[in-house]
Structure formats: C-alpha cells, structure tokens
Design a protein around this ligand. Structure first.
Ligand SMILES: O=C(O)CCC(=O)C(=O)O
Ligand SMILES: [Fe+2]
Length: 309
C-alpha cells in the first residue's frame, strides 16, 4: 500500500528541478516532479472527511506523519469557508497597503519596513495583540529574508469574523488528536499565523524550526499549482534522520551558518506540496523544509498553526 509506493521511489531521484541559490557551499536537494512527485504525494494524502469518519484512515494518517514527517489533508476547509476568509483577507490587505493605518494601529502592532515596533520571533509570538509584520531585506544583505512577505501573527484577533473563520478552518481538536496518535505527545496550539506572499523570491532555504517537537498545519487559501506559486517544500523523513542533521550542523558550524539550516542536502530529494485552496499540509518542523521562491507575479495565502508541547 502507501508505504511500498513511497519506498519504491528510486534513489537518486531523477528530477532535475533543484532549487538554485546564491549561498556559497550549500547543497540543495532535488525536487521531485511529474509522475514521481504525484506518486509520492498521493501516498501521503488523505481526505479530511475520511479522517473524521474512519478510524483506520485516522491511524494510517498518524502513522504516515510519524514515518515521513509530512501529510496532505484534502478539503480541510470547504469552498464557502475559503471564499469568506479570502474576502476578509483581501480587505485586510487593502488596508495594509493603503496609507491610512489608523484603524489597524488601534488593534494590532504594525511592523512596517520603515517603522519596526517589535523585534524577533519571540516578541511576535508573545504579543498581546495581532502583529502585522512586513518582512524586509536583512541589514547585512544575507539571503533568505523573505522580503516582501506579510507575516501576520495572531490573525484571529483582528476581528471576530476573521477569528471565527480561522478557527473554523484550522480544525484544531482533530489535528491535536492526530498529533497525539502520531507523536505520542499532547501538543498545544502555540501560535497562529497568516502568511501573505506576493512575488516573494528571496525565501529562506532549507532549514528546520529547531530540534524540539514541533508541528505546523498549513491551510492553503489559494491554489498552489506549480513551483512558481511558491509551495511549501519538505524532505520526507528528514525529521528522524539524526545523522543527516549532525552532518549539516557540523558543516554549518565550520562555515558560520546557523545551527538549524539544512545546508547539506545533496543526494536528498524534496517534495513541493502542491495543493488546492482548502487543503491542509501537516508537517514536522524538525524536518528540512522551505517555502519555494515565487514568480514575481504569483500570490500565495496560507493560514498556519503551530503545535508544541
Ligand atoms: O513559507 C513557507 O512555506 C515556509 C515557511 C517556514 O519555514 C515555516 O513556516 O516554518
Ligand atoms: Fe520554517
């Protein structure tokens, strides 16, 4: 069944669409594509409604997540839900891009390119209001800045309507049960985000979000059909490969890179998680992942939920 289909992917993979990047001495994985990609992603895909109605589907999904570190859940949110949330998000985006921020400033921290009020992930995560964080180029010019991305922390606090819609599509109680079955740990929701990417090209390369047990669920609000749309990418099973992590950590230390970069992924393969609006990707953040650089005209919107102990 699923397991054999995934395991049957030949090594090394034949795909040629590796990401290319400017960073010196780093080696990216090959990105699967075509029929090979379809086969691998189908094997880790489940209908969200089957997860709710079938115990065996639920346990299979939990097991696949444990083994591969990533699954795709089709139809976590319905078309009406997605349509409604997108209407709210586009109004919000219009307001962010306008010159009048008085209303937004009264209910959120606005971290705009020319005016930073909060600094660093922990301050954003622990803020008492929503944070609208406009990612900018790094002062030292290093790559991977996600410049141009609007990363909204705690978007559910921006309005009651948006709050209800976000809670509706995140399906937290089922995901928490699934994570318990998969990781044997009770995980809590630590932070919700809304990623708004419009032609973001300088995305951070492969990395993990630390070494502790952490999962993210990504509900796509827009169809992500090709690499140009900037899909989430993941190296299957990398969350459990300690030696791969040590090899990367050693290289990073010797070359002045951060400990959580996956800079040495030569010979590995990654999958871009193409999916439709309403689908959810559930991922172990210990694994090697990145957002693929977008075409300058492409747009992507994702609701993100972070689970930790
Ligand atoms: O933009 C993306 O798809 C990935 C961002 C990322 O690295 C993360 O959410 O941990
Ligand atoms: Fe990440």
């Amino acid at each position: 069944m699923h397991e054999t289909r995934l395991a049957a992917v030949p090594f090394p993979f034949t795909s040629t669409s590796a990401l290319t990047g400017p960073s010196v001495g780093t080696a990216r994985p090959l990105l699967l594509d075509g029929a090979e990609l379809d086969r691998v992603v189908e094997a880790i895909s489940f209908q969200f409604s089957d997860l709710q109605s079938s115990q065996s589907c639920f346990w299979k999904a939990a097991w696949m997540l444990r083994r591969y570190g990533i699954i795709r859940l089709r139809g976590a949110a319905g078309p009406d839900q997605i349509h409604a949330i997108n209407a709210e998000v586009s109004q919000l985006l219009e307001e962010i891009e306008s010159t009048d921020h008085s209303r937004l400033e009264s209910l959120a921290y606005l971290n705009l390119p020319e005016r930073r009020v909060l600094k660093g992930y922990n301050q954003f995560r622990d803020a008492d209001r929503a944070v609208i964080n406009y990612r900018v180029k790094r002062p030292d010019g290093r790559s991977g800045s996600d410049a141009g991305m609007i990363d909204i922390f705690h978007p559910e606090r921006l309005s009651e309507t948006l709050g209800q819609q976000i809670h509706g599509c995140l399906q937290e109680s089922l995901i928490q049960r699934l994570l318990l079955a998969s990781s044997l740990n009770r995980l809590r929701v630590k932070c919700r985000n809304l990623y708004l990417n419009q032609g973001v090209q300088d995305t951070r390369s492969y990395h993990c979000d630390g070494r502790s047990l952490k999962f993210k669920s990504f509900v796509y609000l827009s169809d992500v059909q090709s690499l140009a749309d900037g899909p989430y990418c993941f190296v299957p099973s990398s969350h459990r490969r300690r030696r791969l992590w040590w090899r990367n950590a050693r290289f990073n230390k010797n070359h002045g890179l951060g400990p959580f970069e996956f800079s040495q992924l030569n010979g590995q393969s990654a999958i871009p998680l193409l999916a439709k609006a309403g689908d959810m990707v559930l991922s172990s953040q210990r694994g090697a992942h990145c957002g693929h650089p977008q075409h300058p005209d492409a747009k992507r919107a994702v609701v993100v939920n972070m689970y930790q102990r």
